[in-house]
Design a protein around this ligand. Structure first.
Ligand code: HMG
Ligand code: MG
Length: 298
C-alpha cells in the first residue's frame, strides 16, 4: 500500500544553494525561504554551519538566521558537522539540526576530512549535546547506493553506519543517494536490510538526487515500503560539491505532481512552488531542471 500523507523535507535552500557557483545574496535566500513557506512547505532545510571555506555558498549562515522571520508551524533545520558547528547553531537560536555521515570511507574523507570511524566520534558528542539543548537531531547518510570512488555500496555496510546514527540519538535517518545512481530494486533491498536488523521503517527518510532520472521511481519504491518523509529541492536545485557528478535533488514539483496523482496529501501548493522555482531560476541565471516546472511554466 501507499501512505495517506507524506512529509516533504525541502532541502533547496541548503542542498540546492550549496552547489550553485553563483553566490546568492542573503536577501534572495530570505525571499526563497519565505516563498517556500507560503507555498505550504513546513520543513525548510535552511543552511549549514560547516566550514565557510568548504562551502562558501553558505558562509552567510549567521546573517541569514539573524534576519529570518520564522513562521509558526515551520521547521528550519540546519546541517552541523562538529562541535564548532553546534556552537554556531546554538548561538543562532537553531532548534533543529542534522548531522551527516558517509556510508563509505572515501566520501567521509572527501566531505568531512575524516575517516569512516572518526566521523562517528565527531558526531556522537554533537548529537548528545544538541539533545541536551533540546534540539531535534536528524541523521543523514550519504552514498547509500553507490559511491563515485568505491562503486556499489553493500546494504550491510549502509545499515551498520545508519544504526550508529540512530543509536547516537538521531530521530530520523535520511538515506542519501548522493550521486543519483540508485534504482528501485536497490531501494527495496536496502529497506529489507534495515528491517532485518530491527530498524523501524518509520525512522527512515529518503534523499534522492536525480542524476540518472531515477529519483521519482526510487521515491515510489520507498513509499510502497512505508517511508513517509521525502527530501526534495524546489526546482531540482542541488548537488554536492564534494561528490563528483552529483546533480540536483529530486525536484519538489516533480514529487508533488506524483503525490497529487496518487492522492497522497502533502500540503504544498504546486503553482506557488513553480512560481518560486521560475523566480529562483531567474536569480541564478539558468532554467530549472525540473520537468514539471518546465511543463507548467512553458
Ligand atoms: P577540517 O578542516 O578538518 O576542520 O574540516 P578542523 O576541525 O581541522 O578545523 C580547522 C579549522 O576550521 C579550525 O579553525 C576550526 O575552528 C574551523 P582554526 O583553529 O584553524 O582557526 N572549523 C570551523 N569553522 C566554522 N564552522 C565549523 C568549523 N569546523 C571547524 N563547523 C569539517 C572538517 C567537517 C569542518 C569540514 O570538512 C566541513 O565543513 N565539511 C562540510 C562539507 C559539506 O558541507 N558538504 C556538503 C553537505 S553533505 C551533503 O550535501 C550530502 C547530503 O545532501 C546527503 C546526500 O545527498 O547524500 C546531506
Ligand atoms: Mg544531497
Amino acid at each position: 500500500g501507499l501512505p495517506d500523507r507524506v512529509t516533504i523535507w525541502e532541502v533547496g535552500p541548503r542542498d540546492g544553494l550549496q552547489n550553485e557557483s553563483a553566490t546568492v545574496p542573503v536577501e534572495v535566500k530570505l525571499e526563497f525561504l519565505d516563498r517556500l513557506a507560503s507555498a505550504g512547505l513546513t520543513t525548510l532545510e535552511t543552511t549549514s554551519f560547516v566550514h565557510p571555506k568548504w562551502v562558501p555558498q553558505l558562509a552567510d549562515a549567521e546573517d541569514l538566521l539573524a534576519t529570518l522571520t520564522r513562521r509558526d508551524g515551520v521547521r528550519y533545520p540546519v546541517l552541523v558537522p562538529n562541535a564548532r558547528g553546534l556552537d554556531r547553531a546554538v548561538d543562532a537560536g537553531v532548534t533543529d539540526i542534522a548531522v551527516f555521515a558517509s556510508a563509505t570511507e572515501s566520501f567521509a574523507r572527501k566531505n568531512l576530512n575524516s575517516t569512516f570511524d572518526d566521523q562517528f566520534a565527531m558526531f556522537d558528542p554533537v548529537v548528545t549535546r544538541a539533545r541536551d539543548e533540546g534540539m531535534a537531531v536528524r541523521g543523514y547518510l550519504s552514498m547509500c547506493f553507490g559511491d563515485p570512488w568505491e562503486g556499489a555500496v553493500a546494504p550491510d555496510q549502509v545499515v551498520a553506519a545508519g544504526k550508529r546514527l540512530l543509536d547516537a540519538g538521531c530521530w530520523q535517518l535520511s538515506l542519501g543517494d548522493t550521486i543519483g545512481v540508485a534504482t528501485p530494486g536497490q531501494v527495496d533491498r536496502l529497506v529489507d536490510a534495515f528491517a532485518a536488523e530491527g530498524v523501524d521503517v518509520g525512522a527512515l527518510a529518503v534523499h534522492f538526487h536525480d542524476t540518472y532520472g531515477q529519483a521519482l521511481s526510487n521515491t515510489l519504491a520507498a513509499l510502497r515500503r512505508g517511508i513517509t518523509t521525502v527530501d526534495s529541492s524546489a526546482g531540482g536545485l542541488g548537488g554536492c560539491p564534494y561528490a563528483e557528478s552529483a546533480t540536483g535533488n529530486l525536484a519538489t514539483e516533480d514529487l508533488v505532481w506524483m503525490l497529487d496523482g496518487l492522492g497522497i496529501a502533502h500540503g504544498a501548493d504546486l503553482d506557488a512552488l513553480v512560481d518560486t522555482s521560475v523566480w529562483m531560476a531567474g536569480r541564478l541565471g539558468k532554467p530549472s531542471p525540473s520537468r514539471v516546472v518546465a511543463a507548467l511554466s512553458g
